[in-house]
Write a protein that binds this ligand. Structure first.
Ligand code: SF4
Length: 63
């Protein structure tokens, strides 16, 4: 029952990610350990890091 609930987690910050089929939202244990939020998305996600760096670079070049 516990494993079934973990498999059914909905990670909203990952819903639009093109890698979701491979990753399934990263590691919920890391999310819980680092952010105390099991549905908050894996804070060690490299895809989010790459995306946020690209967005920051776009803002910087537009300014
Ligand atoms: S953890 Fe990162 S790579 Fe994995 S689905 Fe979520 S946003 Fe995508």
């Amino acid at each position: 029952e516990i494993f079934a609930s973990l498999r059914g987690l909905r990670i909203h910050s990952c819903e639009d990610c093109q890698r979701f089929d491979q990753c399934h939202g990263g590691c919920p244990a890391v999310a819980y350990h680092l952010k105390n939020d099991i549905e908050g998305g894996d804070p060690e996600c490299l895809e989010r890091c790459v995306t946020s760096i690209a967005e920051e670079n776009q803002k910087a070049s537009a300014a």
